[in-house]
Design a protein around this ligand. Structure first.
Ligand code: B12
Length: 219
């Protein structure tokens, strides 16, 4: 039964069924599945498969796009559950997908989870130029800057963003965390970021840890 509910979500995302996908998620919730399982084993599993099909030439950008839309429609149903949390952190985050990169689903999930954990999140969107990160840091004085990239070709935009913060004299004021499929801990170190997390829930743990380091430094 639970397998069938997850299969229905998987198929709706794979098929790019934008009107149908939210109903499959609602049915899974009604059937007793928890939000994390639905997200991981239904929605994200389907997007991973979509990526594989694109890579081997069975899907084109158009199919990737409608699958992304179906996932985004389904996320609306899940959002309140993902945002429930017991611990309320306090901190401000500026987040964005770096310059040249239009992928925003992962970044949106990280935003949702951080908001759910009590952070005030300023989402700059996708394809964000380093100068816009700099302007946002000057404007909202965040504790953390979170950068997302899904393309190997846009990883250097992360470096450019960190460098722009340094040049503007703002690097010491914020902690920088990065994420997205092509990056890892090593790359975070390489570009002078403060940390890397591999998914949205680990992004919350990382944010909490960086907030503690920041608090200790300023104490
Ligand atoms: C959907 C999708 C698209 C959609 C994006 C829609 C949107 N609004 O986001 C569209 C169709 C627009 C698209 C376009 C392209 N795409 Co695309 N896309 C994908 C796909 C299938 C899924 C991405 C996704 O949403 N995953 C689900 C989310 C939840 O996962 P996630 O993004 O990884 O995020 C999680 C973690 O990484 C982490 N995380 C993410 N960000 C952050 C940030 C922080 C701070 C932290 C801590 C954590 C964190 O937490 C998230 C939640 O758990 C991937 C394949 C894949 N498996 O990733 C290809 C993929 C990323 N795309 C790819 C390519 C090549 C392209 C195009 C160049 C295709 C083209 N020829 O036009 C264009 C590029 C456009 C551009 N300039 O950005 C390649 C990239 C290859 C590479 N190594 O560089 C991939 C890997 C497909 C493949 N297998 O070849 N794409």
């Amino acid at each position: 039964m639970q397998e069938e509910l997850l299969d229905a979500i998987f198929d709706a995302v794979m098929d790019g069924d934008i009107p149908g996908a939210p109903a499959t998620v609602q049915a899974a919730l009604d059937g007793g599945l928890d939000a994390e399982t639905i997200l991981r084993d239904g929605m994200i599993a389907a997007m991973t498969r979509v990526g594989e099909l694109y890579e081997c030439g069975d899907y084109y950008v158009a199919e990737m796009f409608t699958s992304a839309k179906a996932l985004q429609a389904a996320l609306v149903v899940l959002r309140p559950m993902l945002q429930q949390s017991q611990v309320q952190a306090t901190g401000t985050v500026v987040i964005g997908t770096v310059k040249g990169d239009m992928h925003d689903i992962g970044k949106n999930l990280v935003t949702m989870m951080l908001e759910g954990a009590g952070y005030a999140v300023h989402d700059l969107g996708a394809d964000v130029h380093p100068s816009r990160f700099v302007a946002a840091v000057e404007e909202v004085h965040p504790d953390l800057v979170a950068l997302s990239a899904l393309l190997t070709t846009t990883m250097p935009s992360m470096q450019a963003t960190v460098d722009a913060l340094t040049t503007a004299g703002l690097r010491e004021r914020v902690k920088v965390m990065i994420g997205g499929a092509p990056v890892n801990e090593e790359y975070a170190e390489h570009i002078g970021a403060d940390g890397y997390a591999q998914d949205a829930s680990q992004a919350v743990s990382l944010a909490n840890a960086l907030m503690q380091v920041k608090a200790q430094r300023s104490a």
